[in-house]
Design a protein around this ligand. Sequence first.
Ligand SMILES: [Zn+2]
Length: 317
Amino acid sequence: MKISVLRAPRQFEVIEQPIPDIADDEVLLRVAACGVCTSDMEPFLGGQGQTYPRYLGHEVSGIVEAAGTSASRFKPGDRVAAWVTGRGYADYVAVKGDYVFPAGELPLDEALAEPLACAVNTVEMANISLGDDVVMIGAGFMGALVQRLALLQGPRHLIVADSRPDALACAARAGATRTVNVNEESLPDVVKSLTEGRGADVSFEVTGRQAPLTMLGDVTRMSGKVVIVGYHQGEPRQIPLGYWNWMAFQIHNAHFREEATIMRGMSIGMRLLTSGRLSLADLVTHRFPLEQINQAFQTAHEKPAGFLKSVITFSET
Ligand SMILES: [Zn+2]
């Protein structure tokens, strides 16, 4: 089978390897799609502490080819979404049965259960109440997922801020009540005018960058919730803790690492996806075959106009 290995920064190579054996509790998947995740960008771009070679790829969907004796609730031909710990950019991958969820009739390149799990856990942690005013800074792929789930909770205002007009247009189509291009308008001013001067009940930062993180404090009401969703890689970040402390913010870190939490989020996310309560159809914007994996990553890094998410897709045969 073909599998891609990251040999050095920006150097994926597609090589031949044997199809993996499975343990009793594992399932062998014929991979249909594997998402390119922001967390994969650090090894791709290179930097301190990165080691090579690396077998990346954890947002996998596919068809069950074989199931171990203690994963027998799955049978060959089942269409599923899964979380693997790597090696997902390959024709086949072995995955623990516990990490596999039915995908029903969903197009498999839209069955991205793992990023959806993070968004589900984020929105559950934020515990949005009916009629809350919600601000979301960052309208990329993760921001769009969090936004769509937050809308299911019934907020009054859902104000989405970004600097990319195409990402904001996508947010508006999905039901944001107000979009703000931060290059053209002051987000704190818009939030103030829509919330009778109070600020948002809940605000999310979904960018992983310093400036939007700082801005959370300027758009949130006293005792409101600030939720850090972005993956903050590289340079240490700063927050004005004195002010945040004075404002009595409830500070939530929505970076989920525990397996049980991720699996619970995946289960909920797949229920919403397979039932049609949620769709990622318009969020997967770029598809590449395995041979073009370097280009897929480069595109995810450069984020051209209209970009939200890259997915590596495999032929169905
Ligand atoms: Zn991911």
